[in-house]
Write a protein that binds this ligand. Sequence first.
Ligand SMILES: Cc1cc2nc3c(=O)[nH]c(=O)nc-3n(C[C@H](O)[C@H](O)[C@H](O)COP(=O)(O)OP(=O)(O)OC[C@H]3O[C@@H](n4cnc5c(N)ncnc54)[C@H](O)[C@@H]3O)c2cc1C
Length: 476
Amino acid sequence: MTTGRAPILVLFRNDLRISDNRALSSAVDAGRPVVPLFILDDDQQSSRRLGAASRWWLHHSLLALSNALEKLGSRLLIRQGSTDEIVAETVKSTGADAVFWNRRYSPSDIAADTVLKSALRADGLKAESFDGFLLHEPSQLSTRSGDFYKVFTPFYNRLSETDARDPIDTPSRIMAWDGTLRTEKLGDLKLLPGKPDWSAGFADRWHPGEAGAKARLERFLEDCLDTYAEDRNVPGVEGTSGLSPHLARGEISPVQIMAALRRRRGKGADTYRKEIAWREFSYHLLFNRPKLHSENFRPDYDSFEWQSAPSALKAWQSGRTGYPIVDAGMRELWQTGWMHNRVRMITASFLVKDLLVDWRDGEGWFWDTLVDADPANNPASWQWVAGSGADAAPYFRIFNPILQGEKFDPEGAYVRRYVPELARLPNQYVHRPFEAPASLLAQCGVVLGENYPSPLVDHSAARERALKAYRRTRGS
Ligand SMILES: Cc1cc2nc3c(=O)[nH]c(=O)nc-3n(C[C@H](O)[C@H](O)[C@H](O)COP(=O)(O)OP(=O)(O)OC[C@H]3O[C@@H](n4cnc5c(N)ncnc54)[C@H](O)[C@@H]3O)c2cc1C
């Protein structure tokens, strides 16, 4: 279906879906041809360059979106370069008189989009942005005194009072524009790893794209929601939704998730709604604190004496700290591009408290290696663990990696999966191999310091060191 009428340009960014996509549906509803355009703008000063794992995901997500658009009679244009220049060029070559997009929420992205909107309007075009990435616009939620929320519970109470909109219908057909336009091949974007290809384990676990997101949500609601409140803390069990990378690329909207939960009652559903609200809270913080990934939310942490410990950082990154639950988490991350939330907290605590390495180094590693790396959730969570964030865990709450492992992975199922060299140890020692008798270690094929490292630090001593560093920062 084509027509000679001026088309509407729809920019896709972190909203790689057809359903509940207000920018796309508004363009379709206008009864005009639609030109869907994705631009990889790596040089855009405003945005953080995507990490390697996110780029892997993006490649597959764009492929899925492109196929979905084709089924509706449309075609995704893929370009690489400056957003402002490519939009201007595409407007000129198509004769488009309107450009639509869904909003982004980091202040620097907002600034870039505001400039784009003004430039288009100055040229007499219609430029419109829509909501869709969050449940509510961060600017609409403020405390009674008009400030932004810094504590989660009142934020959550406020969020719960405000009904989210209903998801909108999926277009059944998209009118194509009947001209020819320059497009690049997906492969030209070079989003996939070269050599070595570290992504082999990713494809086994993930199905990027809208259909993959929907299937995950359905499976989660069917199999896991009722036990979510308990199972979400057990890394050896697949008890969480795994929707985070789909949400990061906007293959599913939080509005769709909340609508699917609407008639679900019980502790599992309530807990899940709260987790989605933590995502909103992170964006609320990012919206109000643009440098969330580079600056302490609480400035009293600016004088914290972080250690320069490149070899310890390397050991942590490669899952060779000698603490099994930490190593299992870091290896899960490397192998699959994802890590269980409980283990994210344990590994992050180990880095910033046991090793006294700056949280920004950990955040940067997660940013590069997580398929769900998120500009709000990642820094907000790191700052939460470090104690420098809003409503953060107090610094003196230092996770003991042995006790955490024993509590949340009592049979060692998770450790055995990702640290196979410890697989034969009995439960009693699987989280503390360094305490096992030499004869037992030999029987189980473990040679500490050879096929599995001895502990990088002694946790009790490291804990005391961290507390002293913290007290110095507080001046007490
Ligand atoms: C150090 C650290 C770094 C993190 N980095 C990221 C990140 O880059 N991207 C990211 O999406 N999440 C991050 N998280 C939060 C959380 O670990 C993940 O959202 C969660 O593990 C994703 O798995 P899931 O989709 O199965 O979660 P589920 O338990 O199924 O939760 C559903 C959704 O709720 C949201 N959510 C859940 N827990 C949190 C939380 N603690 N904070 C904010 N939102 C939450 C996510 O969008 C998640 O997809 C981080 C947590 C820590 C401790």
